[in-house]
Design a binder for this molecule. Structure first.
Ligand SMILES: [Zn+2]
Length: 124
């Protein structure tokens, strides 16, 4: 962790705190009262764009509202040694929102994610 940076900027205490928390994958799935659930969260490296290993994406997963879960996490890409910050909201209608360039952006979960989710549900 000490050798990491955020696009060459130094880490803050908050990032260290988040990285000391459990992995996000260990806190999944997120289940909502309407039956919708999120099976997994993929964090992508802001430097190389590759998926960051689940064991390196850590932070808090909370459900402050009935219809929304909030991921406040950091992920460290081993090859890049770069830390990426994740602040995402998972909604019970399978939308994800996140702050990008200072604005909240929304996108639908990819079909592949929904298919994986269905597969996951069917195997339970
Ligand atoms: Zn990377």
């Amino acid at each position: 962790m000490a050798n990491c940076s955020i696009n060459k900027k130094p880490l803050t205490t908050r990032h260290e705190e988040l990285f000391a928390m459990p992995t996000i994958s260990s806190q999944m799935p997120v289940k909502f009262n309407n039956g919708c659930s999120w099976a997994e969260f993929d964090g992508y490296c802001s430097e190389c764009g590759n998926k960051i290993d689940d064991s390196m994406v850590r932070g808090s997963l909370s459900k402050p509202f009935a219809h929304v879960a909030v991921i406040d996490a950091v992920g460290v890409c081993k090859p890049c040694r770069v830390l990426t910050v994740f602040y995402n909201r998972l909604h019970d209608d399978m939308r994800i929102t996140a702050i990008k360039d200072g604005k909240w952006c929304t996108w639908e979960a990819e079909l592949t994610l929904i298919e994986r989710l269905k597969n996951w549900l069917l195997t339970k």
